[in-house]
Design a protein. Structure first.
Length: 441
């Protein structure tokens, strides 16, 4: 072992060229001590440890820090803590962590969104679908003692119940060379309510041309509320249009007949009911020819088979599904908006049941599935489904479903006047124009 005066010894036997005085190596000072040199050349080291007997610093580190920290001192707060207290402090530290709070906030938003979506959208839709299927179940009919329409329809005087459209006016089905097929279109127009200017703009927008094969069909309520009811009737008559009887035509025609019987038609001073003053005004404005043309409008117009659509009917209000046309209540056909799911009784109210077109579309869907399973197949099923084109329900505005097409978009209330154009092979287009506001909704 090297002594204290000479920390180490140079082996000159193995390194003869290394001629260094070991006494100069006892002290190391980088700034003041002259560095030993070899043969006057640059030194090969600058400093060296003071003594090789010095121990590394790591040897002075005591390995008892873990045990001292894990053993709380007597009388300290940590020593007096119980395991439940530690668990509570751990729980507090966990819930106070920013990451934990973010997760809680995210989960809360997700749960709240799911609840709102379920209660506001998904649950009502599922309940409505289940109600529609239940309403068409025969067991429901037995339970309520029969559905609406099973009794005999009352007779309506001076009302045309039903009429069929001339088949020559229907759009053609494309077969063979399309250049040989005449381009015919049916233009169905929603509630006009005396808005003649808007009607003229709509016909111009669809490029209506009766001589080229176009035919115009009104879904009822051509008159009343707007500025020019008689002008609308004259325009429709001039274009040889077809129409159905709406509740406003029905009311005005009945009132006109009553006014003539009461001798108040030519004497407005004899009017005693101010509540229908606007209807009486329109009744007086109509000529006998105009009134006769409106009187000739049927309640139900059978359009016929259209390629790609099936059988098509036009009414003003709606139809009760599953009831034959000859047994439909004509007053309800002109006024219905909703239908009771149990009894199938229609109503003009908006709150007495489900919207009639929802039940009707569900009925047609079930009918289509039933017929597809028969020998007729898909082609026979399509030919036996029925699509209804209607007006009357301005609150729903334009409402195009698979088997129902609602065209009353509230023109007289300042919204739009709508037309459904059906061309060859059942191609459908909706065209609209803006309207001035003539009445309050």
């Amino acid at each position: 072992m090297a002594d204290e005066k000479q920390p180490f010894k140079i082996d000159t036997q193995h390194y003869p060229a290394l001629n260094v005085n070991a006494d100069n190596l006892a002290v190391s000072d980088d700034d003041e001590m002259k560095t030993p040199q070899r043969d006057g050349r640059t030194p090969f080291f600058q400093s060296f440890p003071r003594s090789l007997s010095q121990r590394p610093l790591i040897d002075y580190v005591k390995d008892n820090w873990g045990s001292s920290r894990s053993r709380p001192r007597a009388g300290s707060v940590s020593a007096s803590r119980s395991p439940p207290d530690n668990a509570f402090r751990f729980f507090l530290s966990m819930i106070s962590a920013p990451k934990f709070r973010r997760y809680v906030l995210v989960y809360f938003v997700l749960v709240l969104s799911f609840y709102i979506g379920w209660s506001s959208f998904l649950q009502p839709v599922l309940e409505e679908r289940a109600g529609l299927v239940r309403a068409l179940d025969l067991e429901t009919m037995k339970k309520v003692g029969g559905w609406f329409g099973t009794n005999t329809r009352p007779v309506f005087a001076n009302v045309v119940p039903m009429r069929s459209l001339d088949p020559g006016l229907l759009p053609a089905s494309k077969q063979g060379d399309s250049s040989d097929v005449q381009q015919r279109r049916l233009v169905f127009v929603g509630d006009v309510h005396g808005c003649k200017d808007e009607l003229e703009r709509l016909l111009k927008k669809v490029s209506f041309d009766g001589e080229a094969g176009d035919h115009l069909i009104f879904t009822g309520d051509m008159v009343h509320k707007g500025p020019d009811s008689s002008g609308v009737v004259d325009l429709a008559r001039g274009l040889k249009a077809s129409c159905v009887r709406g509740n406003h035509e029905d009311r005005i025609l009945l009132l006109r007949s009553q006014m003539k019987n009461d001798d108040t038609f030519s004497h407005p001073e004899n009017d005693f009911n101010p509540n229908d003053a606007s209807q009486r005004k329109v009744a007086r404005e109509l000529s006998d020819e105009q009134a006769s043309w409106l009187q000739d409008c049927p309640v139900i117009l059978k359009v016929g088979q259209i390629s790609g659509i099936g059988d098509v009917l036009v009414v003003h209000g709606g139809l009760v599904p599953g009831v034959g046309l000859e047994r439909q209540d004509l007053s309800s056909v002109m006024t219905m908006r909703t239908i009771d799911l149990d009894t199938h009784v229609p109503s003009a109210s908006k709150k007495d049941g489900v919207a009639w077109f929802k039940l009707y579309n569900k009925y047609q869907e079930l009918l289509l599935k039933h017929i597809e399973n028969s020998v007729d197949g898909v082609y026979g099923a399509l030919s036996r489904t029925t699509t209804i084109i209607y007006g009357h329900d301005a609150a729903k505005s334009l409402n195009i479903q698979k088997y129902t097409k609602g065209l009353d978009s509230g023109c007289v209330y300042g919204h739009k006047l709508s037309a459904l154009v059906i061309g060859n092979d059942g191609k459908q287009d909706v065209v609209q124009v803006g309207c001035k506001k003539y009445a309050k909704s």
